[in-house]
Design a protein around this ligand. Structure first.
Ligand code: DAH
Length: 341
C-alpha cells in the first residue's frame, strides 16, 4: 500500500510536470481528483483493507501525497496563466480584483432644471414640444407679428443660412407657438424647452447660444389671472417656496398686453441687496396674452379663443439658482465647473 501511494504520487507529479495547457491540466486534475473514479479516491477506498495499527500512518501518507499533488497542480496553473495565449488565461476574471470604479457623468445643470420644469408642467396638463433650431424667417418673425420692417428684428440678430427660402438659426422658442397651434389647434397647453441663437458679442451675460422655455396656454376665456396662477405654481416648484411676483408692462409684438414678470429677490426677501440692485425685485420672464394676429397665423379664431404665452430664460434661471456670474461657463465644457452640479 505504501509503495502504491509513492508510485501514484511520483506518477502524478511527473504528469503534472508535462502539462502544457489548461485543457491538459483539467484532464489530469480529473484523473486524480475525480470523486468517484479519481486515482486518489481509489486509493482511499483501499485504506479499509489496511491492518488497524497501520491505518493511521497510511492515512497520513495518502493525505500528504494528496496535498503534494494539489500544490503541484496549483503551481502549474499559475505557470500556465503567466504563459502565453492560453484560453483559460485570456478568459480569466478575478472577481475579487479591486478595480478603479467607472467615473459616471451626470446631467448638465440646464438639463436638470429643464427636467424639473417639464415635470411641473406635465402635472398641470401641458405637453412638452420640440421645434426646429434651423427655422424659417416666417415662423421666427413674420408669424409672430414681426414683419420685415419691424424694429424688433434689430434686437434679435442671428445667423442666416443662404438658401432659397430664407433660413436662420431661431432667435427664440416662440416660433413653436405657431407651429403647435397649426398642428394641435385649440384648446392647447404646451411648453417648449430648447436652444436658441443670437449674433452677440459674448461677455459675462451674453452668449451666442442659450436656452429658453416657451409656454403657451390657449382656451376659452384665458386671462392674466391664469397666467399669474401658472407662473406662481412654476416658481414655487423651482424655488421650493412661495415666491412673490409682480407684473410690469413690457413690449413684445406677439403679445397684447405684454409684461415683464419680476420675482421678489430671493436673496434679501425684498429689502434690497446688490443682487437685485437694491430694488427688491429680479426680472425673470417676459409674458403676455397672445396677440390676435398670432392666433390667426396659427389657424385659431381670436374671437373664440384667447391665451397666454411666456418665454422663460432657462439659462438665466440656472444662473440665478446657482449664482453663476458668467454665462460662458455653461457652454464652455470645463469639467472643473460642471463637476460642481
Ligand atoms: N421670445 C421672446 C424673446 O426671446 C421672449 C418672450 C416674450 C416670449 C414674451 C413670450 C412672450 O412667449 O409672451 O425675447
Amino acid at each position: 500500500m505504501e509503495l502504491n501511494i509513492k508510485k501514484l504520487k511520483d506518477q502524478a507529479l511527473k504528469e503534472i510536470d508535462g502539462i502544457k495547457n489548461s485543457e491538459e491540466w483539467e484532464n489530469i486534475k480529473n484523473k486524480y481528483f475525480s470523486r468517484k473514479s479519481g486515482e486518489l479516491a481509489k486509493l482511499l477506498k483501499d485504506i479499509k483493507d489496511v491492518a488497524d495499527d497501520l491505518r493511521p500512518k497510511v492515512g497520513t501518507m495518502v493525505n500528504e501525497a494528496k496535498e503534494e499533488i494539489e500544490n503541484a497542480l496549483e503551481d502549474k496553473m499559475s505557470k500556465i496563466k503567466k504563459g502565453s495565449g492560453d484560453k483559460l488565461e485570456r478568459d480569466f476574471i478575478d472577481v475579487t480584483l479591486n478595480i478603479e470604479k467607472y467615473k459616471l457623468g451626470h446631467l448638465h445643470p440646464v438639463t436638470q432644471i429643464t427636467n424639473e420644469l417639464e415635470d411641473i408642467f406635465k402635472s398641470m396638463g401641458f405637453m412638452i414640444l420640440d421645434g426646429p433650431e434651423l427655422e424659417s424667417d416666417y415662423y421666427n418673425f413674420e408669424s409672430l407679428n414681426i414683419p420685415t420692417w419691424h424694429p424688433a428684428r434689430d434686437t434679435q440678430d442671428t445667423f442666416y443660412i443662404e438658401a432659397k427660402d430664407k433660413l436662420l438659426m431661431r432667435t427664440h422658442t416662440s416660433p413653436v407657438q405657431v407651429r403647435a397651434m397649426q398642428k394641435y389647434g385649440a384648446p392647447l397647453r404646451c411648453v417648449v424647452p430648447g436652444r436658441v441663437f443670437r449674433n452677440e458679442a459674448t461677455d459675462a451675460s451674453h452668449d451666442h447660444t442659450f436656452y429658453q422655455l416657451e409656454g403657451l396656454m390657449i382656451d376659452k376665456d384665458i386671462s392674466i389671472t391664469n397666467l399669474i396662477a401658472v407662473m406662481k405654481e412654476l416658481l414655487s416648484g423651482i424655488f421650493k417656496r412661495e415666491v412673490k411676483v409682480r407684473l410690469r408692462p413690457g413690449y413684445f409684438p406677439f403679445v397684447e398686453p405684454g409684461f415683464e414678470l419680476d420675482i421678489q429677490c430671493l436673496i434679501c426677501g425684498g429689502k434690497g441687496c446688490p443682487v437685485c440692485k437694491q430694488s427688491g425685485w429680479l426680472e425673470l420672464l417676459p409674458c403676455g396674452l397672445v396677440h390676435p394676429n398670432v392666433l390667426k397665423a396659427g389657424g385659431i379664431d381670436p374671437k373664440k379663443y384667447s391665451g397666454f404665452a411666456f418665454g422663460l430664460g432657462l439659462t438665466r434661471l440656472v444662473m440665478m439658482k446657482y449664482k453663476i456670474d458668467d454665462i460662458r461657463l455653461l457652454q464652455g465644457g470645463d469639467l472643473r465647473f460642471l463637476n460642481q452640479f
